[in-house]
Design a protein around this ligand. Structure first.
Ligand code: NI
Length: 168
């Protein structure tokens, strides 16, 4: 396994729309393993392939306390089950250090492919539902800062660019 480097806002590669995985083969399984290791190392609770500059529809999530319940979603498709919106303070490994309250549907159904190449369908709620929607946004080239006002987004962008310059 390997720890991959994570793209940071405003890197334009984060705006790439990911393509579906055509076959869950050894390469894709290795990608999910590397993404999990990268996410645990960061540490974070979710990671989309987009964030490690692989533009295929692959997501890993683990919201468990002991970090021992990895979930893998390949080519996920979701629908909201009702109109209820939940509010969460969201953060993102690609927007390090910033947390903002975002509203999203709280109950969803997901259909996706697992690491063994099998299709599954689940109803999700709470943090897992929120997290999956955040990660699917990444596959569409979208970031949580896009839900904020332009002024707020610009301020975050400025601070991150400054931090990135100081690091280079
Ligand atoms: Ni994110």
């Amino acid at each position: 396994m390997a720890i991959l480097s994570i793209l940071e806002f405003p890197d334009p590669r984060l705006r790439t729309v990911a393509v579906p995985v055509t076959e869950v083969d050894a390469r894709v399984r290795r990608l999910t393993d590397d993404m999990l290791e990268t996410m645990y190392d960061a540490p974070g609770i979710g990671l989309a392939a987009t964030q490690v500059d692989v533009h295929e529809r692959v997501i890993v999530i683990d919201i468990s306390e002991n970090k021992d319940q990895p979930k893998i979603f390949i080519n996920p498709v979701i629908e909201a089950l009702d109109e209820t919106l939940g509010e969460y303070d969201e953060g993102c490994l690609s927007v390090p250090g910033f947390f903002e309250t975002i509203r999203r549907p709280e109950r969803i159904r997901v259909t996706a492919i697992n690491r063994d190449g099998e299709v599954f369908s689940n109803e999700l709620d709470g943090l897992l539902a929120i997290c999956l929607q955040h990660e699917i946004d990444h596959l569409e080239g979208k970031l949580f800062v896009d839900y904020l006002s332009p002024l707020k987004r610009q301020r975050i962008r400025g601070k991150l660019e400054k931090a990135q310059r100081q690091r280079d």
